[in-house]
Design a protein around this ligand. Structure first.
Ligand SMILES: NC(=O)c1ccc[n+]([C@@H]2O[C@H](COP(=O)([O-])OP(=O)(O)OC[C@H]3O[C@@H](n4cnc5c(N)ncnc54)[C@H](O)[C@@H]3O)[C@@H](O)[C@H]2O)c1
Length: 270
């Protein structure tokens, strides 16, 4: 049940590890969870980016960073152990790491096919498994939020391996929710559509063509901001979603329900 009292921060007395925490979404997710009262540890493979983002976060207290590769079990075990030695017991895992390679299906090699599965899917499986085992052992509850993608639900040419890897993240989220629910561990995902550093509102001749195309299929008429994703993550990580698990929440400005370029149905048509 939601135990928040009115006016209290959403994530008071909580601690979170955010993979891909040096990335565009990960860093804003970390700052948002921190704003809501959580201690945060950002984890990333990119040491230089990690140092830069950690410096921004630690302007306010209670933020740390750990470096490693989420696709390798031993590195995940080390990162999690180090994170908990720095921040104390962690009860929120946000998987915001990922790679988005571009390759046409007919040109794809087996190694190219495997890579997004190793990072995007195995990375989620390993981090979730390492935390779940710890939580079960110490009989604590936990919340996992995976960053999926609207590409998991709607195919586009040029990155079939990425889209398939994110569809796998959705199903993994559901499967983990079933197995981990009895231990009090909730597992949810957020599936964002196009999130750019700059938010474009409405179509314009000055916009890149793909931005106009995206906005045309987005009922709310703009591209996403990292904050749009971060707020959804904060909700799913918090007790406010205490009876929610196995959900993939589309955060898309409505793009996931819009039938792009389709004209209104003519009800008189025979
Ligand atoms: N930005 C978008 O429009 C968008 C839309 C839908 C979904 N997503 C998803 O959101 C997540 C974050 O995207 P982003 O836009 O912030 O991308 P980003 O490239 O800025 O961030 C991803 C981070 O993951 C890290 N990373 C990559 N491989 C890793 C590994 N093996 N181990 C540890 N860290 C690793 C990178 O170093 C990077 O900092 C990704 O899963 C992406 O697929 C993004």
């Amino acid at each position: 049940m939601n135990t928040n009292t009115p006016g209290s921060l959403l994530l008071e007395n909580r601690a979170a590890l955010i993979t891909g925490g040096a990335g565009r979404l990960g860093r804003v997710i970390a700052a948002t969870l921190q704003r809501e009262g959580a201690k945060v540890v950002i984890a990333d493979i990119d040491r230089a980016r990690l140092t830069e983002v950690a410096a921004q976060l630690s302007v306010t207290a209670k933020a740390w960073s750990v470096q490693g590769d989420v696709s390798q079990l031993q590195e995940v075990q080390k990162m999690v152990a180090r994170a908990e030695s720095l921040a104390g017991p962690i009860d929120i895992l946000v998987n915001a790491h990922g790679i988005v390679p571009v390759k046409k299906f007919l040109d794809m090699t087996p190694d190219e096919w495997d890579r997004p599965f190793a990072v995007n899917v195995r990375g989620v499986m390993l981090t979730a498994q390492v935390f779940a085992k710890r939580w079960i052992e110490r009989k604590s509850r936990g919340a996992i939020v995976n960053i999926s993608s609207s590409a998991s639900r709607a195919a586009r040419p040029g990155r079939p391996h990425y889209a398939a890897s994110k569809a796998a993240v959705n199903m993994l989220t559901e499967a983990m929710a079933i197995e981990l629910g009895p231990y009090g561990i909730r597992v949810n995902a957020v599936a964002p559509a196009t999130v750019l550093d700059q938010v474009y509102r409405g179509q314009s001749e000055d916009n890149p063509a793909y931005v106009n195309f995206t906005i045309q299929g987005t009922p709310l008429g703009r591209t996403g901001a990292p904050e749009d994703v971060a707020e959804a993550v904060a909700f799913l990580a918090s007790d406010r979603s205490d009876w929610t698990t196995g959900v993939v929440l589309d955060v898309t400005g409505g793009a996931h329900v819009a039938r792009r370029l389709s004209a209104p149905t003519d009800t008189r048509a025979k």
